[in-house]
Design a protein around this ligand. Structure first.
Ligand code: IPD
Length: 276
């Protein structure tokens, strides 16, 4: 039990805060479109929104749960993890390039972690209103906007890698991208096709829902995959690294059990965790 709250209570707080944060990010984007000429660069617009959203989330968490710590993309870690305490892991805007271009995949990703295990998480695609949630042991759910009801997720039923639609992503560093491009070049003949959606948290939730059959990426940070990783795991996907390693910066593979082995072996052959 995380502190005095259950995972469900942490999740409902996370959902409320993520929805408010998404509204702020949408409003700032709408304002920035008219204001963009006055900013020094495009990226300033994104950075300003990222920071404002993160600040809003941190303040909301502090107001409701002053004893918790927060690991966030913009401000870093507010404290060392304390045994039994909740640490929130936040990406205020995952998919910042999509946010900049107006492509409809950018999300607020917020997870609650206790003693190294993510116990609750929400990914809210602020551009579309799609929302995915999970609690540890409580399943993965997609809220259906039309009905307000939640649908339980169970991933793709595909079993052959050659028939699989596989999502991935690329880091920002040119040398890393060169290696990642070579891996994709080797993989593309072994799968149905590749998708690069542009927001790791959304990729993971799409894999949880079966909109992608599987997903992998090298170089992710905890805030990119904490909430989406729980959604994928709770949907029944295996989420791990290569060769028995846990999912982390070297590699994250999320796939249903039947696809995990073949995808893992193909990525291993291609040295997907290697390179810079
Ligand atoms: C990025 C996105 C992207 C992934 C990168 C991430 P950001 O996060 O999730 O899809 O390929 O590895 O860094 O920078 O938009 O928060």
């Amino acid at each position: 039990m995380p502190g005095t709250s259950t995972s469900d209570e942490l999740l409902s707080l996370a959902v409320r805060i993520a929805r408010d944060a998404a509204a702020t990010a949408r409003r700032m984007r709408a304002e920035a479109i008219t204001d963009v000429q006055t900013k020094s660069t495009d990226t300033d617009v994104v950075t300003a929104a990222d920071r404002a959203v993160e600040r809003q989330v941190v303040e909301a968490l502090r107001a409701e749960r002053p004893g918790d710590s927060v690991l966030g993309e913009e401000y870093g870690d507010s404290a060392e993890p304390v045994a039994g305490a909740v640490r929130w892991i936040l990406d205020p805007i995952d998919g910042t390039v999509n946010y900049l271009y107006g492509l409809p995949s950018w999300a607020v990703s917020l997870a609650a972690e206790v003693d190294g295990a993510v116990v609750a998480g929400v990914v809210h695609n602020a551009a579309t209103g799609e929302e995915w949630t999970a609690t540890l042991g409580g399943g993965a759910w997609r809220v259906v906007a039309e009905t307000g009801r939640a649908r339980r997720l169970s991933g793709s039923v595909r079993t052959e890698l050659g028939q699989a639609l596989v999502g991935t992503g690329f880091g920002y560093d040119a040398a890393r991208r060169a290696h990642q491009g070579a891996v994709v070049a080797g993989l593309i003949t072994r799968v149905r096709d590749i998708r690069r959606i542009g927001a790791a948290s959304v990729d993971l939730c799409m894999a949880a829902e079966g909109m992608l059959d599987a997903y992998f990426e090298k170089g992710l940070n905890p805030w990119d995959h904490a909430a989406g990783g729980l959604v994928a795991t709770e949907a029944g996907l295996l989420v791990s690294g290569l060769a028995g390693a846990p999912a982390g910066p070297e590699m994250l593979i999320a796939a249903p059990p039947a696809l995990w082995g073949p995808l893992h072996d193909a990525l291993s052959d291609l040295d997907a965790a290697g390179g810079p």
